[in-house]
Design a protein. Structure first.
Length: 296
């Protein structure tokens, strides 16, 4: 069995994505069999096991005997769980720097499913508590908080556009992503019908095109190293746009699938089926997923 921690507020999406779920504890869902692709899981507990405990002290003793670092996901018996966590070694929640190396110290997750039973996993898919890295935000430079999506994505994937690379940023207004890319030293083509923040538009390596991302002709734009999109549109329409640019030779993508009222699992699966793709819910995502494709 494997346990999946849903992105907060998107429990239904994860349950629909997983299909068969044998147990559910708050936003933590247990599914039988091998690990499944689960884009709506913020963290995956790879080795879930149960512990029978006699007391708060016994619970902390048993967890410490397994390893040092643990993050509590509190789903029941919250006061008792908090008292157990207090007796475990403190795990620093200091904000990380963008693009920094990922933490290497093992970080397990645990929860109290009843007064005398701990469910835990010493190994998880994310090195961050609950799969949620936190960054020290820049309150001055970027014109919106959308830049945090790229900081998180690039930090997790360890891949980002390099200085001098030509990058297309679709749906760029007010300019959060363009700001990140320009700071990385890329040559950014910023595309949106809406106006870009003047401070971002004035950056020397940014060129602005006030037009629709969907009307852009790859032949007219010329070769680009990366295509990024935070366009507000139905994901099915985004898939058509991506296929057009893939056919034009682009091999590095980072795009946001923004769902309207309902989650379109079929189009999510179509994105995930593209060879080399990854589909994930970032901690800063709302009702959306982030799709990436990178050249080997």
């Amino acid at each position: 069995m494997i346990a999946y921690l849903a992105a907060e507020g998107f429990e239904r999406e994860l349950a629909e994505e997983l299909g068969e779920v044998s147990e559910r504890h708050g936003r933590l869902m247990i599914a039988p069999g091998q690990r499944r692709h689960a884009a709506w899981a913020q963290n995956v507990w790879l080795t879930p096991e149960r512990l029978s405990i006699k007391s708060i002290k016994d619970a902390s003793r048993q967890l410490r005997a397994i390893q040092r670092n643990w993050a509590l996901v509190s789903v029941a018996h919250h006061r008792r769980a908090a008292l157990i966590q207090e007796q475990l070694p403190h795990v620093s929640a200091k904000p990380v720097e963008p693009y920094a190396e990922l933490p290497t110290a093992p970080l397990g997750s645990w929860t109290l499913i009843d007064a005398n039973t701990v469910l835990h996993s010493a190994s998880c898919s994310s090195p961050f508590a609950h799969g949620e890295p936190r960054f020290l935000e820049d309150k001055v430079g970027p014109p919106s908080r959308a830049y945090l999506k790229l900081w998180e994505l690039f930090t997790l994937t360890r891949r980002w556009p390099q200085p001098g690379e030509r990058v297309l940023d679709l749906g760029s207004s007010p300019g959060g992503w363009t700001w990140v890319l320009a700071k990385l030293g890329c040559e950014v083509i910023s595309v949106d019908k809406a106006e870009l923040d003047p401070r971002v538009a004035a950056l020397p390596n940014v060129s602005v095109r006030r037009e629709s991302a969907f009307g852009l002709d790859p032949r007219e734009v010329g070769p680009v190293d990366w295509l990024l999109s935070d366009v507000i549109c139905y994901p099915k329409r985004l898939l058509t746009l991506v296929e057009r640019w893939r056919a034009a030779g682009v091999s590095n993508f980072a795009c946001t699938l923004k769902f309207q009222a309902e989650t379109d699992h079929a189009v999510s699966a179509a994105f995930a089926a593209i060879p080399g793709s990854e589909l994930r819910h970032l901690a800063v995502n709302r009702h959306e997923l982030t799709w990436t494709l990178n050249a080997p």
